[in-house]
Design a protein around this ligand. Structure first.
Ligand code: SF4
Length: 354
């Protein structure tokens, strides 16, 4: 079964797989690593322009390690899941300091780097060094859960262990680079989340979910919990020089470490905003102008965002610090801003559609 699975997949890949992705050019561990981290939770077509801009700015691990974190975040702005960018930056420093700037060709050592788990380490070993290593990313989990009809949600350890065992069994001893790309491509292009193209699948002859017309049952879904609803005021405080007050988010939590707009507790009524700005920030403002509110969904809750524009009349207390900064709009947009905040500053009318 092992040979037929891998052989069929590789024969399909030779004809239909993706052979010219940007990280396949000048292939090395750094480029593979950055692509793998960007591809977590994000599709290839979205990743390509980000990858190219990232490589133009940070062409190697030293350049990334030496760059200010704000610069790294601004090149990530819009990709979401910003912990990935912060970890990338920290891991680059680890490679620089602990491994003399060279990525180790050892799975265990790669897994010691921040943000690199078992599957990502294996992808680097296979893709960059061409050695046998077993990957199990989201696409591969879906293919294997269907092929072997593995019931349950892959987030559960027992289900995950079964999938890892199948993944190990199928990984061939040669063509490691092509095989890892082939199984990721099959998951992304054929064994898709909804409406898999089983008739065009090289694995259909042995696939249990297909044989039983049960592809929709695999992989099992995460047990559902209703996401809590939260709310916040977002303030666009603009002074007479056209500068906007930005506030850096705490390093952990949502939008961690990114520059954003100041927030106020949703308990304040709109008529209390001026007083709250005076009391909490020491800034006197004229009447607020409310912009259309919108809802943004994070992985574990929904946030109702109500923006308010407040012209600043008098500011004696808030000067530039590491946490607060007065910036012109174009300077603000050059920073790593969360995508909805960027939209709010560029096209406020579009936020109603978010
Ligand atoms: S036959 Fe269908 S369900 Fe099975 S691996 Fe192929 S695309 Fe996925």
């Amino acid at each position: 079964m092992k040979d037929r699975f891998a052989d069929r997949l590789l024969a399909w890949y030779d004809q239909h797989g993706r052979h010219n992705l940007p990280w396949h050019q000048d292939r090395n561990a750094y480029r593979v690593w950055v692509s793998e981290i960007m591809l977590q939770q994000t599709q290839v077509a979205t990743v390509i322009p980000y990858f190219e801009a990232f490589m133009a700015r940070f062409p190697d691990v030293h350049a990334l390690a030496r760059a200010p974190v704000d610069d790294v975040l601004s090149h990530w702005s819009g990709l979401g899941y910003y912990a990935r960018a912060r970890n990338l930056h920290k891991a680059a420093a680890q490679v620089d300091e602990e491994f003399n700037g060279e990525f180790p060709a050892c799975q265990q050592q790669l897994e010691s780097l921040i943000g690199i788990g078992r599957s990502t380490a294996a992808a680097i070993i296979a893709q960059a060094f061409g050695e046998r290593a077993t990957i199990l990313d989201g696409n591969v989990k879906r293919v294997l859960a269907r092929y072997h009809a593995v019931p349950g949600w892959p987030g559960q350890t027992s289900v995950l262990n079964q999938l890892w065992a199948h993944a190990e069994t199928h990984t061939p001893n040669n063509r490691a680079r092509d095989y890892t790309q082939a199984i990721m491509d099959l998951g992304a292009m054929v064994c898709t989340r909804s409406k898999p193209k089983c008739e065009a699948c090289p694995l259909s002859a042995g696939c249990q979910a297909y044989a039983n017309s049960e592809t929709r049952l695999y992989p099992g879904s995460k047990p559902k919990k209703a996401k809590p609803e939260k709310a916040t005021w977002i303030l666009i405080l603009e002074d007479a020089e056209g500068r906007i007050l930005l506030e850096r988010r705490p390093p952990s939590g949502i939008w961690g470490g990114l520059w954003s707009l100041p927030e106020l507790d949703p308990g304040y009524g709109s008529e209390e905003l001026q007083e709250a700005c005076e009391r909490e920030l020491g800034i006197t403002c004229s009447d607020p102008d409310l912009i259309s509110g919108f809802r943004h969904t994070f992985s574990h809750y929904h946030l109702h965002i109500q923006p308010a524009r407040l012209p600043v009349v008098h500011n004696t207390q808030v000067a530039d610090t590491d946490r607060l900064r007065w910036l012109h709009r174009d300077q603000a947009l050059a920073l790593g801003l969360p995508a909805p905040i960027r939209t709010l500053l560029t096209e406020p009318e579009q936020t109603a559609l978010l």
